[in-house]
Write a protein that binds this ligand. Structure first.
Ligand code: NAD
Ligand code: TYD
Length: 363
């Protein structure tokens, strides 16, 4: 954003804006009070939650700049007219949980690949309208992707031009989506940028993922199912930094380019668990060693030079971010208790029932 002229893109279509990272992007963008308007398009799957936008909806000035549309990014009839109204599309919408992609991959291909295609086609139609003088430039398209497209990285750090070697249905579908996006830049000259974020944590994170699952289970003195030896390594990025970096790339990223968005906080899973138990004052005896995830990626790590050269730096340290996240889950129990009910019980039994029954004490 230029200090004098305000944001480059003033009307945004934010897909998946009721999810974890998308809702943070919406909350933080509208809180800038710079006149930006946002249409959120969200299917409200099990992972989508309008309550994630409650702070916006409670503020009349911000609420007036938000329109919420319930719908599917794979639905041409819904997406087309919305693309006609905006200067940029930021696509957060996805099926996002690796374990669910192992249980049921179909929805991942529909949303993370076919859905991206529908969004790109809508932008291409806008490009044709622009060429006929019926609108200004076609919308910029930002595809939110993931470090998981690189696959498991034993040593070193992935750079943007490294080979993609996704190994789960989730990461393969995400790779398909971003490659398609890039093809629309190369083939049709669409204004496309891609971000590859690392493992994100923070408030409003669905409790199926490691950090919120373990915090909320530990609050209730429930067992914590640690996969395999727990020595898998992830690079943790606070959600406000992830959303901020996406906004930065939206404004300043060069067309056709991909930007890694690392957290620069690499930790073994068991060290993350040790830290959160210490802060919660709960014992390690809650941790159970359970059967590993099939095809479990051992490590992700990314080089940040390209994003740094674009002028972005993360602001939240892992220690501060984790403490604030734990405090948020302590203070917002209604939010996660309503998610950990209904469909949740069937999922939990399917994912963890046999695992916990066959688990051993974690050392
Ligand atoms: P999330 O699962 O919390 O949210 C996804 C949102 O998309 C939900 O609101 C859901 O209702 C919506 N959605 C799903 N299918 C849809 C469809 N067909 N049409 C419209 N809306 C649909 O996910 P998240 O953790 O916020 O991740 C957001 C994006 O960031 C995803 O693209 C994900 O791949 C990527 N990403 C996530 C992480 C992470 O650690 N969470 C890291 C890197 C990249
Ligand atoms: P997750 O939050 O699912 O993110 P991702 O698979 O996208 O990295 O998992 C983070 C790490 O924690 C990953 O190595 C798998 C591990 N994990 C467990 O050990 N137990 C669990 O119950 C979950 C959900 C994850």
């Amino acid at each position: 954003m230029s200090e004098t002229n305000g944001p480059r893109f003033r009307r945004l279509l934010v897909t998946g804006g009721a999810g974890f990272i998308g809702s943070c992007f919406v909350r933080d963008t509208l809180a800038r009070r710079d006149g930006t308007t946002i249409i959120v398009l969200d299917k409200l799957t099990y992972a989508g939650n309008r309550a994630n936008l409650a702070p916006v909806e409670a503020d009349p000035e911000q609420a007036a700049r938000l329109r919420f549309v319930v719908g599917d990014i794979a639905d041409h009839a819904v997406v087309g007219p919305l693309a006609a109204e905006v200067d940029a599309v930021v696509n957060f919408a996805a099926e996002s949980h690796v374990d669910r992609s192992i249980l049921d991959p179909d929805a991942f291909l529909r949303t993370d690949v076919a859905g991206v295609h529908v969004l790109l086609e809508a932008c291409r139609a806008e490009q044709e309208r622009a060429s006929r003088g019926e609108r200004d430039a076609a919308p910029r398209f930002l595809q939110v992707s993931t470090d998981e497209v690189y696959g498991s990285v034993d040593t070193g750090e992935s750079r943007e031009d490294d080979r993609l070697e996704p190994r789960s249905p989730y990461s393969a579908a995400k790779a398909g989506g971003e490659l398609l996006a890039r093809s629309y830049f190369v083939t049709y000259g669409l204004d496309v940028v891609v971000t590859r974020g690392s493992n994100t944590y923070g408030p409003y994170h669905h409790p199926e993922k490691l950090i919120p699952l373990f915090i909320t289970n530990a609050i209730d003195d429930q067992q914590l199912p640690l996969y395999g030896d727990g020595l898998q390594r992830r690079d943790w990025l606070h959600v406000a930094d992830h959303a901020g970096a996406i906004g930065h790339v939206l404004e300043r990223g060069a067309s056709g380019q991909i930007y890694n968005v690392p957290g620069n906080n690499e930790r073994a899973n068991r060290d993350v668990v040790t830290a959160l138990l210490a802060q919660l004052g709960k014992p390690w005896s809650l941790v159970r060693q359970v059967q590993d995830r099939p095809g479990h990626d051992r490590r992700y790590a990314m080089d940040d030079s390209k994003l740094v050269a674009l002028g972005w730096t993360n602001k939240v340290s892992f220690e501060d971010g984790l403490a604030a996240t734990i405090a948020w889950y302590r203070d917002n129990q209604d939010w996660w208790r309503s998610i950990k009910s209904g469909e949740w019980d069937a999922y939990y039994r399917r994912q963890y029932g046999a695992r916990l029954a066959g688990s051993t004490e974690a050392r």
